[in-house]
Design a binder for this molecule. Structure first.
Ligand SMILES: [Cu+2]
Length: 148
């Protein structure tokens, strides 16, 4: 094979590999229907509240299913607490103090927060805790927690 052709073949192979990798990631993420939205029913953005804070999760255009249950157009809530940089949406969300999973399908939590400003954000995850495609993510809200 002439060198030029060999190079072209290699480039094509590389591009195909990349495409396949991208497709694998896309396939790993469940589709979210258009217009699906996750939001805070409470507290309101900018609210001043006492701890423990009652946080209520809202979802429209999709349903809630516990983790591990495979049903189309469903997921469970994840609450991000003071997370500045969103985690990767191409893999299951980690479970940490600042990324809370509600894998039983809970739609509310009593959240203990220290006095001061806090940022909350919701991300819906599928049965394996991976965000959908496109991701269903709320606007972040900022609240002020009063002292004792
Ligand atoms: Cu989860």
């Amino acid at each position: 094979m002439p060198k030029q052709l060999q190079l072209t073949a290699l480039c094509l192979l590389g591009a195909t590999g990349l495409l396949a990798a991208q497709e694998a990631v896309e396939m790993a993420r469940k589709p979210a229907p258009q217009g699906a939205e996750v939001y805070f029913q409470a507290p309101a953005h900018g609210a001043t509240v006492a701890s423990p804070v009652t946080v209520r999760f809202g979802l429209r255009g999709m349903g809630i299913a516990p983790a591990g249950v495979d049903l189309p157009n469903t997921g469970h809530h994840h609450l991000l607490i003071d997370v500045d940089e969103l985690p990767s949406f191409d893999m299951p969300l980690p479970a940490t103090d600042s990324i809370r999973h509600f894998g039983l399908g809970q739609t509310e939590v009593q959240l203990e927060l220290s006095p001061g400003q806090h940022t909350l954000q919701l991300v819906l995850g599928d049965m394996l805790h991976t965000p959908h495609s496109p991701p269903v993510v709320s606007e972040p809200i900022t609240i002020t927690v009063t002292g004792p």
